[in-house]
Design a protein around this ligand. Structure first.
Ligand code: IMP
Length: 427
């Protein structure tokens, strides 16, 4: 039985938490495969409202094994805070597993990111400042510390000492700030290591055996396609791949074993942090979408920029992820609008183009070409069947389906599990 990857198709915040929470009902294993605690997955279910940053959204189903995969960077401090909050609210984390290959976020990553962002001045990326970029940079530079390293204190001590010596030359030499203390970090992370030990496992075998038994596996994406370091709005991007290809690497599962790739698109588009966004609305419609849709960062509280649905970006996203289906989220946030716009092409320097340019300079210059459709101006939050949606809402979804280039499987009309219309099966 199937392995399904749930992928953010825009700039993140597409409502992945809710959809994963819903699909996890049938899952035996849920795996987070990229990012770190830069993610904020909002979930509203019978246990209440939760904002998860690291723990996979399947944690609310006691029988599901929840894996933090090798592709995730883990800040142990954030992880234990999250575990404590879940436990205090009656949610067991006994089925949580952390890949022994997952890299750790260290105190110097957080400190360096702050200094780097300040040094960038007006060109700051607007990162979450959770140390994600520096941790992935160290992973690639082969200077990372992985979960497995905490299991052997001697190995850990040696590795940390040599890495910190190098980091401290940057703190003192480049930035003129005080060095970090080896003893403090060592002691703190040894404590974390003791707490993490029961969770740390070789995870690819767990997944492989589950696939062979025909179990259901959900690969839970974080961030979104347009933040991918290769294909996103580089350098205004994140540092690990949120794509379907990233799911394969970050969970340790071959691409041929993924049966369905569900792309999540908000019914409009949002972005948080700096960088271009062709359909950004700096007017009262943008403000209305932000207020009505509560478009503020789950963790940071930062206001998100809002704009019309961008089908050029959507087709690009479908192409590079190979979506087998799409979920359209937050359709209800368009309920009060008299008209809707969809960007169908870009105009770049007087020429109509149908591709997502590589450079932020070109993306800043493109003008969206819009088509307009009437709004439905009625509440759709209680509707459970596609046929019962107002005609204008059905027309909007059907048009998105044509433009995105894959079937719409799910439509979300509210934040709760049940507020979801199945237009066609995910698999
Ligand atoms: P970083 O991932 O913290 O390095 O931030 C890089 C960029 O990705 C910034 O623009 C962030 O706002 C954005 N970003 C990172 N995680 C998320 C997310 O979960 N949702 C939306 N944007 C994100």
């Amino acid at each position: 039985m199937p392995v399904i990857a749930v992928i953010g198709a825009q700039w993140g915040d597409e409502g992945k938490g809710k959809v994963v929470d819903m699909l996890a009902e049938k899952a035996d294993i849920v795996v987070r495969f990229s990012g770190g605690d830069n993610a904020g997955h909002t979930i509203i279910n019978p246990y209440g409202k939760f904002a998860l940053q690291l723990v996979p959204s399947g944690i609310f189903y006691p029988d599901a094994v929840c894996i933090i995969g090798n592709g995730v960077v883990v800040n142990p401090e954030v992880l234990f805070k999250e575990i404590n909050t879940l436990n205090q609210r009656g949610i067991s984390t006994d089925n949580l597993v952390i890949s022994d290959r997952a890299n750790l976020i260290m105190p110097y990553h957080l400190a360096l990111e702050g200094l780097e962002e300040e040094a960038r001045g007006k060109d700051a990326i607007g990162t979450t400042r959770n140390g994600i970029g520096p941790a992935f940079a160290d992973k690639t530079a082969r200077r990372g510390i992985r979960a497995a390293d905490l299991l052997d204190k001697e190995v850990f001590a040696k590795r940390l000492a040599s890495i910190l010596e190098y980091k401290n030359t940057i703190f003192t030499g480049t930035y003129g700030v005080a060095p970090l203390s080896l003893d403090e970090i060592y002691n703190k992370y040894c404590e974390f290591g003791e707490r993490m030990t029961p969770y740390i496992r070789e995870t690819t075998a767990i997944i492989d055996e589950a696939i062979k038994r025909g179990e259901h596996i959900l690969l839970e994406g974080a961030q979104g396609t347009l933040l991918d370091p290769d294909f996103g709005t580089y350098p205004y991007a994140t540092s690990s791949s949120p794509l379907a290809g990233g799911a394969s690497v970050g969970a340790g599962i071959g691409p041929t074993r993924i049966d369905a790739v569900l792309g999540l698109f908000k019914a409009y588009i949002t972005r948080v942090g700096a960088g271009p966004m062709p359909t950004r609305l700096d007017d009262e419609t943008g403000e209305l979408l932000r207020k009505q849709g509560n478009e503020y960062g789950t963790v940071s509280g930062r206001p998100r920029d809002c704009g019309w649905f961008d089908s050029v970006a959507a087709r690009y996203s479908t192409r590079i992820n190979g979506f087998t289906g799409a979920a359209i989220t937050k359709l209800d946030n368009l309920d009060t609008l008299t008209y809707l716009r969809i960007c169908t092409a870009y105009e770049l320097d007087g020429e109509i183009i149908d591709y997502f340019p590589a450079t932020i300079q070109a993306l800043e210059r493109v003008k969206p070409v819009y088509e307009e459709m009437p709004g439905w101006q009625t509440s759709i939050t209680d509707i459970l069947k596609f046929e019962d949606l107002p005609r204008q809402a059905r027309d909007y979804i059907n048009r998105l389906e044509e433009l995105i280039g894959c079937p719409v499987n799910l439509i979300c009309v509210g934040p709760e599990r049940g507020q979801t219309i199945q237009k066609s099966p995910v698999l």
